[in-house]
Structure formats: C-alpha cells, structure tokens
Design a protein around this ligand. Structure first.
Ligand code: PNW
Length: 484
C-alpha cells in the first residue's frame, strides 16, 4: 500500500536545469506547410481507426505558426531550458538529400525567440516522426538508416549547433522498436514482436552512436555542447519478497532499460539476462541465429560510451512476478518471463498504463547510477495525464510534487541528476490516444483557432518550485489546505 512520504524541504544544486518538454509531431501542425515532407505519423493517421478519437497531428497546437505563444508560456514558468524536437521531414522532406530551407528557418526563429527570452534549447533529433520516404525503404529495419540519420544529424549540428548545447539523438528507442515495429500500435504499424523489435532496436543503437560520434569528432571541439540519448524506464517493483520476484523485476528493468543502456553506458553488450533468455528461446523455436543480434567488435567500440549524459523518461511503476511464458510465443514481452500488475492503492491517471508511483522515480535513478557507471542524468520527461484538461488539476500537482521531491531525495542519495523536464508544456497530440489524454501543465483551447495556452495549477506550482529552486514548507500545495 502506497502512503505519501513526507516531503523533503531542501534545494536543488544551483545550476540545475529546469525545463518543459514537447515534440514536433505532437505540437507543430503545419503538416504540409512550406515544403515539409510526410512522416510516418502523417501517413499512419490517415487511417482514422488507429487513433482513439480519429484525430491527427495536422494542426495540433499549431506551433509552426504559434511558437511565440509557447515561448511566452515558457517565460511565465521561468524555465532555464526548453526541450523540443526537430521534425526530420520538415528540414529534409525525403529524409536525405534536398534541404527544405523554410523548415530550417522555422527552427532558427524558434531558437532565436528562446535565446531572446534567456531560455536554452535542449533539442531532440528523433521523436518518432520518421520521413515516410525512409520508411518506404524499410525504415528502422534497414541498417542503412545509420547513414541516413548521420546525414540528418550533420545538417542539424551545422545549422543549429552554435545555439544548441544539449542534443538528444533519439527519444525512447524502446517505443520505436517495440511499439513501431513489434506490436505495431504506433507508426509505422509494422508487426514483428519477437523479431523486428530486436532488429529495429539494434539499428536504433547504431544510428544513435553514429550521430554521437559525428558530434564528438566534428562539432563538439568548436561548439562545446553535449549529446546523449533518452530512454524510457519505468520502475518494476518485486510484487513480494520471493527471490524469483526480485529476479523477475530486475530482468524486466534490464529488458526495458538495460537493452539500450548496457550497450551504451555499460559493458557494450546487451544485458546478460536478455542474451540468455532470447538465445535460449530462439534456439527452442528454431531461430538460428538468435533473434537478438550481436554487436561486432567494431560496433561495440562505436556504441560503448556514446552518450555524455543519461536521458531518462520516467512516468510510472508496476509490480512484478516470475511467470514462464509459453515457448510458442515469439514476442519481446513473452521473452521476459514475467507478469506485471498494479497495486490497487495507487492513484490512476487518464492513461491506463500510468499510475502514481513516486518512489519509483528515486529507485529508478539509483538503479541507473548503480548499474551504468554513475552517469550524469537528465530527466527529459516526467508527467501525468488526465482526460479533462481543466485548470484546477489537483492530481497533476500531486504527481509533480511527489515525483520532483523524489528527484531531490535521489540527489541527496548521491545520484547525479543535473536537470528535469516536465512532460508536457501543453496539452497536445498524444499519439494513438489523440487529444483524449492531456499531459499539459498549460491547457490549450482546442475549441478556437487561436489555440491559446493557459497555465494550469500544476504550471503555477512548477513555476514556484523553479523560483525557489526546490521545496519549502510555505509553498502553496505543500501544506494543507491546498493553496490554489
Ligand atoms: C512518452 N510507457 O512515451 C513520449 O516520449 C511522449 O511523446 C508521450 O507523449 C509521453 O510519453 C506520454 O505518453 C512513453 O510505456 C511511452 O510507460 C511509453 C511509456 C511511457 C512514455
């Protein structure tokens, strides 16, 4: 049973980065404006049945035209950084080759507006919106994508690198590999849960590493920034104190986070437990070689150590037990031999997968520190959904209060967390859930073409935390009755 822990009243390190986050396809709109090419989400969502409310990102928050409203919202929060992503097909309509200058100019205007407001850009190169022309050549299943991604990265470093000091190569390769090419619930909707999943994962790691090495060798010496990758890791708690449950929870953490973290931040290989499970099952199922690829010696050198910081997206947790799955199932999920559940005492959200488990934030941070050589960690996403979007969003205040307080506790435990980004700056196109699940700390008035942004109580609470660089007992919402 989850009981609120007392808040720790203390401050964050003085240079701590406070941010809010978005991604291009979820906010920009302008889907065919000024020469932008189509991406896989533009094409995938032409089938209305793949999105809960049949919606698309064609207009979204219209940030392609309304980015100044976003900058105003960021100013009122007092953030030091804004995490946004570049739409690959807006700057390279076919993914490679011809550059679309108006697309480049859009990001230059956005970055200039941020700089004028004293807000530093934290830029993601790939947040799930692959140019459709590249998908037509196999997308993340084609190993040439490392070359394509390097070309795109070079353009971005060249055009924007004088102003961008934090680069995130890829957002959540797990989601791209499993949900895009495995279960197929995200674009491009390919289905190969036990095969494509691992092939895409391998190519994502190699593409990331190529973009990192390019930055390291050709841009970092003059531009002096950092580049890294962002992984989504949720906390798997053992459901009971059986050894098999503890092992199952650790195995689940390794399949989710270790899959990418171990090659990049660890020993340069896939996690031993993943190697063992997938190799064994592959052999029993008649797959030779294993469904899980192997890094060549050369690839290992490229990949190992290819991140200046550990980008973490943390949202939620679950309970885990050991459960041997039927050997006939060829699926990344079944490969883990686990079963998960939620404690009924955990508060829910507007998303079935998202429960409020703030203790998991601290545990996940410590888990990363202990297994992956104590990296600098930037929490690049953390946030809460509801279905209303109302301004008096008391549950979201609760979520941020306890999750951010657990970040502070982890820092006091010695974890090197150097920044935090709230997901999301504003309500937006939540992928397969369309506009039905709202993560914003700003409401967007989707009923009018102005799409005005208005701070929710959570936005005002977050601004107060940033002003105080931490927690005090007299902040509204920290003591009862709730002050807003
Ligand atoms: C993130 N999980 O994805 C994405 O980076 C955002 O674009 C998205 O809007 C946000 O979460 C909210 O969904 C996630 O399985 C994908 O726990 C999967 C999970 C969490 C976050």
């Amino acid at each position: 049973i989850y009981v609120d822990e007392p808040l720790l009243y203390d401050t964050f390190p003085t240079d701590f980065m406070w941010a809010a986050a978005t991604s291009a396809h979820q906010i920009e709109g302008g889907w065919d404006a000024d020469g932008k090419g189509l991406n896989i989400w533009d094409v995938y969502t032409t089938n209305a049945s793949v999105v809960l409310d049949g919606s698309t990102g064609q207009t979204a928050c219209n940030s392609y035209y309304f980015y100044e409203k976003d900058v105003d919202a960021l100013k009122s929060l007092g953030v030091s950084h804004y995490r946004f992503s570049i739409s690959w097909a807006r700057v390279l309509p076919n993914g490679i080759g011809q550059v679309n200058q108006p697309g480049v100019d859009y990001y230059k205007r956005l970055i200039a507006a941020l700089k004028a407001a004293n807000i530093e850009p934290m830029v993601t190169l790939y947040h799930w919106d692959l140019p459709q022309s590249l998908e037509d050549m196999g997308g993340w299943l084609n190993s040439s994508i490392a070359d394509w991604f390097e070309e795109y990265a070079r353009l971005c470093y060249t055009e924007f690198g004088n102003d961008v000091k934090i680069w995130i190569t890829i957002n959540e390769p797990w989601v791209v590999a499993y949900q895009g090419y495995g279960s197929g619930i995200n674009a491009p909707g390919r289905y190969g849960p036990g095969t494509f999943t691992y092939q895409a994962g391998h190519n994502l790691i190699l593409a990331h590493a190529r973009a990192y090495r390019l930055y390291e060798s050709e841009f970092k010496p003059t531009q002096q920034g950092k580049a890294g990758i962002t992984l989504n890791i949720n906390w798997y708690d053992p459901k009971d104190d059986q050894v098999s449950s503890q092992e199952a929870a650790e195995r689940a953490m390794q399949f989710l986070g270790g899959w990418f973290a171990n090659p990049i931040f660890g020993n340069g290989e896939y996690p031993a437990v993943m190697r063992q499970k997938v190799d064994e099952k592959s052999a029993a199922q008649g797959y030779n070689p294993s469904r899980l690829p192997v890094f060549t010696a050369e690839q290992k050198l490229l990949v190992q150590g290819s991140s200046d910081f550990f980008g973490l997206n943390y949202y939620t947790g679950s309970l885990t037990i050991n459960k041997i799955q039927d050997i006939s199932i060829v699926d990344y999920s079944a490969d883990q031999d686990i079963e998960t559940s939620y404690d009924p005492s955990w508060y829910g959200s507007g998303s079935s997968w998202l429960k409020i488990t703030p203790f998991g934030m601290r545990n996940t941070l410590k888990w990363i520190r202990d297994r992956f050589n104590d990296p600098d960690i930037i929490i690049t996403e953390n946030g809460f959904s509801d279905n209303a979007g109302n301004l008096d969003d008391l549950m979201r205040v609760y979520y941020y209060k306890h999750n951010i307080n657990n970040v502070l506790k982890a820092i006091k435990d010695g974890v090197k967390v150097i920044g935090y980004a709230a997901w999301s700056l504003m309500d937006n196109f939540e992928w397969g859930s369309g506009y039905t699940q709202k993560f914003g700390i700003f409401n967007v008035d989707f009923a009018t073409a102005d799409l005005n942004r208005t701070a929710k109580a959570s936005g005002r609470y977050y601004a107060q935390l940033i002003r105080d660089n931490g927690f005090t007992a007299d902040q509204p919402c920290n003591n009862y009755p709730i002050g807003y």
